[in-house]
Design a protein. Sequence first.
Length: 321
Amino acid sequence: MRLLKPSFLFLPFLALSVSALPTSAQALSMAFSSIDFPSSTQTHAHAINNSGLIVGQYIVGGVEHGFTRSGNGVYSSYDAPVGNLAATTLSGVNSNGEIVGYYKVSSGTPPTSGLWKNGAVFNPIQYPGINDTRAFGINDSEVIVGKYKSSDNVEHGYTYSNGTYTNIDSLITPSGATNIKANGINNSGQIVGEFADSGGALHGFLLSGGNFTLIDVNLSGATNTSLTGINNKGWIVGSYFIGLVEHSFVDISGVFNSFDYTGSKSSSAKGLNDYGQIVGEYTDVNGVQHGYLAQVPAPATLWLFSIGLAGLVAFRKRRME
């Protein structure tokens, strides 16, 4: 007797996943928590890894410091171990706990350098011949992405791997593209970022296998798209504007879902992990900036899980025939 093909067993999952698929016309309802470094006046959350380790920046007494927040909520401060330090920001973290960011010095050259922190080991990141380099993202293969500013005050995107810096500007194909930033990278080497057009408006981009894709939020009235993070499922987070107000979004398989911290004046998403946890920052009604941690609702996760399950079922079906 031939066994019942398992594809029939998948149908209830498929029906549920399709009904749960979010549309670009509705906002996601997120579960939020605020992130505030103790005794700080401002906090910015920039990235989160699969262990729940969050990195960012906080301000106290007008001075910028880097911070980490463990998965169980323990905060630690971090300042780059250099002389004449003026400010430190932590911007990216991979699954191994390696952290990137940048620091500024009050005197000396270069005034702004990227940083790569692997445990207690500190490495400066400095694009050759440049005085302003910043590192924003790192994947598990230790490929780092960021931006540098040339002497004419123009921003350029770059990657850094195994001691080699590579300018990525030539991969951004729209005519007149300028002020390019590479903001995030996943383990497949997909890079997300932003550029300005000839009129100064911001647009998002995805580089996958060296191929350029323009990504602009397609919600009504949306302008100035910025892509800041991408996870290993290909989900992308960032921000866009409607008028003068900035909003957070997550792009799940090409579907833009807008969200904002409850009661905030504005918000922007900065990073996410493979479990749908998103970090970013928001401005409250008093104009104070805070970090946030948000969780993508389960149906969106279930939908992607169902797609993966469909592939598994198809594979098993071929094996049984």
